[in-house]
Design a protein around this ligand. Structure first.
Ligand SMILES: NC(=O)c1ccc[n+]([C@@H]2O[C@H](COP(=O)([O-])OP(=O)(O)OC[C@H]3O[C@@H](n4cnc5c(N)ncnc54)[C@H](OP(=O)(O)O)[C@@H]3O)[C@@H](O)[C@H]2O)c1
Length: 250
């Protein structure tokens, strides 16, 4: 049965940045399909608590684990290791022209968006290798294809992460581990709520999207479930773009 191939019973999933937005939708989707989910945010928060409650209703053994990905030592010391499915979803972005980006801002974005991803891959790999099964999933951005002029480091960090996915996919395939990037376009989340509340700006954005609307966070959950489950076992080193066609030229 095809539906059985989406079942995540017995799997532990760690989804970074799952207190809110796309990560929350992925966490809820995985819990619905039977995974124990480790719910994460940068810090304890009302959003984190609410998401944990909602996830636990679907998967009672799920629990919260907030820590700051901008601190490499926290990642090293706190990142859970007994994880079957890792989704590196959290990221930060700053809106600055490339000639104005201070070193500290560059380093923070690269740490949260790229370095922490590799650190967490390293943390969970031994467990996945020992079980000969694992899913490493990154969340990229349509900016891999269409970089925004005021987010050069963010765009570059996402491209670096996607390159890492292809690099590592070849190296861990024999360990039963797949590695993929899920690449969102414009999603209506807290991150861009202020910008999209301006009707003139929003219309400009929607006009660039062939499907002509912003995605809801849920629109990423099915793609993530495919990559995380047996249904996606033959997909590795891929970039699954969920963008309403935004990346397409013309
Ligand atoms: N929304 C879009 O249009 C869009 C488009 C392309 C790509 N993406 C990508 O999709 C992913 C999710 O986006 P989103 O819009 O759902 O994000 P969001 O609503 O801004 O939520 C971001 C999540 O990441 C966590 N986070 C941020 N900085 C962190 C840090 N230093 N340490 C630990 N956690 C941190 C936040 O924690 P707190 O809850 O504690 O703040 C939050 O839970 C991101 O990788 C983003 O780049 C989004």
């Amino acid at each position: 049965m095809l539906s059985e191939k989406f079942d995540l019973s017995g799997k532990t999933a760690f989804v970074t940045g799952s207190a809110r937005g796309i990560g929350r939708a992925i966490a809820l989707g995985f819990a619905e399909y039977g995974a124990k989910v480790i719910v994460h945010g940068s810090k304890p928060s009302a959003a984190l608590e609410e998401t944990v409650e909602d996830v636990q209703e679907l998967s009672p053994e799920s629990y919260p684990l907030p820590f700051d990905l901008s601190d490499p030592e926290s990642v090293e010391n706190v990142c859970p290791r007994e994880v079957d499915i890792l989704v590196c979803n959290a990221s930060i972005q700053s809106n600055l022209k490339w000639w104005d980006v201070p070193l500290e801002t560059m380093q923070q974005q690269m740490q949260v968006n790229f370095n922490a991803t590799l650190q967490m891959f390293q943390a969970v790999y031994p467990h996945m290798k020992a079980r000969h099964w694992g899913r490493l999933i990154t969340v990229g951005s349509v900016q891999e294809f269409r970089p925004h002029p005021e987010m050069p480091v963010y765009a570059a960090s996402k491209s670096a992460q996607e390159n890492l996915v292809r690099n590592i996919a070849k190296q861990v395939a024999r360990d039963g581990i797949t590695v993929n990037n899920l690449c969102p376009g414009v999603f209506a989340t807290d991150r861009n709520a202020a910008a999209l509340s301006n009707p003139v700006y929003a219309e400009k954005v929607y006009n660039a999207i062939p499907l002509h609307f912003a995605a809801e966070a849920d629109d990423a959950a099915g793609a993530a479930l495919l990559l995380a489950s047996e249904a996606g076992r033959y997909i590795t080193g891929a970039n699954l773009v969920v963008d309403g066609g935004l990346r397409l030229p013309g």
